[in-house]
Structures are given as structure tokens and as C-alpha cells.
Design a protein around this ligand. Sequence first.
Ligand code: GDP
Ligand code: MG
Length: 238
Amino acid sequence: MTKPAPLPQPVFTDAALETARILFARQADFIMGAAQVDQLPPPDLPEVAFAGRSNVGKSSLINALTGRHGLARASTEPGRTRELNLFLLDEQIRLVDLPGYGFARASKGETKKFQNLGRAYLRGRPNLKRVYLLIDARHGLKSVDAEALDALDLAAVSYQIVLTKADKIKPAEAAREADRTLKAIAKRQAAFPRVAVTSSAKGGGMAELRAEIAMAAHKLDDDALKPGTPTPSAEESA
Ligand SMILES: Nc1nc2c(ncn2[C@@H]2O[C@H](COP(=O)(O)OP(=O)(O)O)[C@@H](O)[C@H]2O)c(=O)[nH]1
Ligand SMILES: [Mg+2]
């Protein structure tokens, strides 16, 4: 019998988790949808962005992080989000819901347009601190995701993989998928060497992810990490 893979270990101190919880409990508002990057507000606040296939759970994750269920319309119709959707958290951090990719029903030309918007944002946004690339925990990385990984590496934007919908599989399976994912991205330059395992439906992994985001946006210091946690080099250059 194989031993179940250990779950990702919590890396943040209780105090850091509490700081992040309070931050995400503050005011959160939808500010705008942008169809072009020149419509974006000036880059005066740190931003983190959420990317992934249509239906992977981007909108649900933003809702779960902020505890506001209607904030990012968690559309049941895949491919509806064709703009950059911006949310403002406590007038401190912007959360950006990127257009989904891999939507089968969209035409080739349409797909290209969303991808170009996403790429233009990734390349040209100096205040973008980290991208969270969402991957369905049941499926793991697929070939359609490889293009997104390539685009992120090319843009040299620090990104972290977030496994979603972990409630749909056993914890040990989710942990194994996290392990596999971590190994698969080990050689990718801009990949952050931690994989988050989350469930927007049940709230799993949300406290740690809030702390990851707060840290990426420089709202938490290095002492937010438990002693002995390796500080990823991506962090230092962020
Ligand atoms: N069971 C479960 N379902 C989820 C979770 N996150 C999202 N979903 C569902 O997956 C579908 C797509 O979610 P959505 O957030 O709209 O994905 P998006 O297209 O990436 O924004 C919706 O039906 C959600 O209710 C989760 O953590 N657990
Ligand atoms: Mg959405």
C-alpha cells in the first residue's frame, strides 16, 4: 500500500493568517471591466490576477476569498468573462479576474482576442505582483494550460498554481496532485514553488491563500512565514 502524500504544510504563522483574514474581511468592490488595457486605472496599487480555463473556478475563488458571494458573478455559463474584471480590496489591493481560456464554444478569433488581452495585461502591468493560475484539482495540468504557463514565463511574472474544487476529490488525492504539479513546474522560471489546494465551496485552503496574496502584495513581511520555511527566490525579486 502506498502512503498517502502529506497535505501541503501550512507555512504562515497564526498572526499572519489573522492579519490576512482581517484584510479580506474589509470592503471589497467591483470597480470595472476592461476590454482593453488602456482602460485600466493607473498602476498605483499592487495587483494580483487570477487566470485559468473557463469554468475552473476563478470567480468563485474571488468570492470565497472575500467572503462575498455575488462579488465576481460566478457564471455558470463558461466563457462569459471576456474582460479584465477588477475588484478593489480595502483600497489597498486590486484583484483581477482574467479572461478564461480553453473555452470550446468560442470561435478561434474570439479566443485569440481574449488571450491577447490577457497577454497584454501580463506584459505591461508594472504593479502586477503575482498571478494565480487556477487548475482543477481533479484534472491537473493539461496541454491547454501549458500555453498559459509559457506566456507567464515569457512575461516573467511571478505566478503560483492554485488547485481548485478540492472538495470533489479525497484530500490525499488532492495532495498527490499538488505534488505532481509542483514537480511539473519545477523547471519553470517564474513559477512560485508552492502549490495551493483550495475549495471555494467548502473554504478549504482559503486562509493560507489570503496570506499568500497579502504577502505577494507586500502587506505581510517575511516573518509571516513559520520559522524554517524556505523563502522562495521569486519572493525576493518580486
Ligand atoms: N464543488 C465545487 N464547485 C466549484 C468550486 N469552485 C467553483 N465551482 C463551480 O464551478 C463552476 C465554474 O465556476 P466559476 O467560478 O464561474 O469559474 P470561472 O469560469 O473560472 O470564473 C460553477 O458552477 C461553480 O459553482 C469549488 O471549490 N467546489
Ligand atoms: Mg468567471
